[in-house]
Design a protein around this ligand. Structure first.
Ligand SMILES: *[C@@H]1O[C@H](CO)[C@@H](O)[C@H](O)[C@H]1NC(C)=O
Ligand SMILES: *[C@@H]1O[C@H](CO)[C@@H](O)[C@H](O)[C@H]1NC(C)=O
Ligand SMILES: *[C@@H]1O[C@H](CO)[C@@H](O)[C@H](O)[C@H]1NC(C)=O
Length: 347
């Protein structure tokens, strides 16, 4: 072998270049193959991950998978929709998957159903794992129990996860009783808002009085006698950069009970492009079915199927429009207590 090599060198001096060239090609090929083999293609059973890295064995596989994913590549999407949902609300999730959140027609949109999985009974756990196998669209957060008083922590954990794992331009947060017009939202994000990296788009309020009792009480609130302006939680959209900002300062944040009040407060000192949009029907009760709405909160499962069918068959949301409450255009140039006067004629 060596003699042959020597002979080759001896016979023609430029053979060494051929040899080096071949060696180089082989090396590049090897490196290429090696890195290709370490890229983990995200399959349907590991669309989720866990934020807790000291996990139990059953979470281990997913954790490992997500660690590899985060090192090698992040999932790319234009708009990520996160749905804060309860462990047992599978019917709601399926209604969303079968109606407006079927993203087949929207290749630049992805969805994740976010669930806290600590302290779940084994039946629910198993059912969730089945659901994940089937759809691959869940984000399990094993470090906390799914409960109302954990919603803000849930939102924050989801945002931290997104910041680590997803390359997206915008994040939309909805509840599992929200119906949205993805066609319009995607279009407007792409045409009107794509260059805005500090977008905070939703139905804003600045005049909400602080609650001191009941399930919405905010005992930690000391900043003012109203909440700082915030987009109501039934659905809002933020730019990726804001997610990154929140992730960066997450350890210093005060977590209030309401996730939407919290987000508004966390973002309050930042230069924002606040878009108040009355087409977001995202208050604690619906203002009624209006064809102009692009986000509708407080929808039953039946409402979702009905709205979807109406859209498919008639191109509009409502069989008959209803007016249950007046709406408002936010006045940003008056004190927040006067921001939000309700009037007729606004959806
Ligand atoms: C989603 O929509 C596509 C067509 O746009 C349809 O073929 C598919 O069956 C739908 N998926 C679900 C789960 O409804
Ligand atoms: C992570 O999960 C383990 C077991 O499920 C738990 O004991 C631990 O407290 C969790 N750690 C964090 C930081 O949540
Ligand atoms: C977040 O922190 C990273 C790392 O320090 C920094 O590069 C990035 O600019 C920060 N982003 C924002 C929006 O604060």
């Amino acid at each position: 072998m060596f003699r042959r090599v020597r002979v080759i060198f001896g016979i023609r001096s430029n053979s060494i270049f051929v040899l080096l060239y071949l060696f180089g090609v082989a090396l590049i090929f090897y490196i290429g193959l090696y890195s290709a083999s370490t890229v983990v293609v995200e399959n349907s059973s590991c669309g989720c991950t866990c934020v807790n890295t000291t996990s139990t064995s059953e979470d281990n596989k997913n954790c490992l998978q997500s660690k590899i994913n985060s090192k090698v590549r992040r999932t790319e999407t234009f708009l990520l929709i996160i749905v804060l949902t309860g462990p047992r609300n599978i019917e709601r999730r399926n209604a969303m998957r079968l109606t407006w959140l079927n993203v087949t027609k929207f290749p630049s949109v992805s969805r994740r159903f976010v669930i806290g999985t600590s302290e779940l009974d084994s039946n629910t756990k198993e059912s969730l794992e089945q659901e994940q196998k089937l759809h691959g669209d869940m984000l399990f957060l094993p470090e906390f129990k799914d409960a109302y008083n954990q919603l803000t922590k849930k939102l924050l954990s989801a945002l931290l996860w997104i910041n680590e794992h997803i390359d997206c331009s915008f994040v939309m947060k909805v509840d599992d009783d929200t119906f949205a017009r993805l066609d319009i939202i995607e279009q407007e994000l792409k045409i009107k808002y794509h260059l805005i990296d500090n977008l905070y788009w939703g139905f804003h309020r600045g005049s909400s009085r602080v609650k001191y009792s009941g399930p919405w009480a905010e005992p930690k609130w000391i900043l003012c006698d109203r909440y700082l302006p915030y987009a109501l939680g039934g659905g809002y959209i933020v730019s990726r950069k804001l997610v990154e900002y929140i992730s960066n300062i997450s350890s210093l944040l005060v977590l209030y009970n309401s996730e939407d009040v919290s987000l508004g407060t966390w973002l309050s000192p930042i230069q924002l492009t606040r878009i108040h949009d009355p087409r977001f029907d995202t208050e604690w009760r619906s203002r009624g079915c209006r064809n102009a709405h692009i986000v509708s909160h407080k929808q039953s499962i039946e409402d979702m199927y009905n709205k979807f069918r109406m859209l498919q068959n008639h191109g509009k949301l409502c069989m008959k429009e209803e007016f249950l409450a007046q709406s408002f255009i936010y006045s940003w140039n008056v004190p927040p207590s006067q921001c939000c006067e309700r009037k007729y004629g606004i959806p």
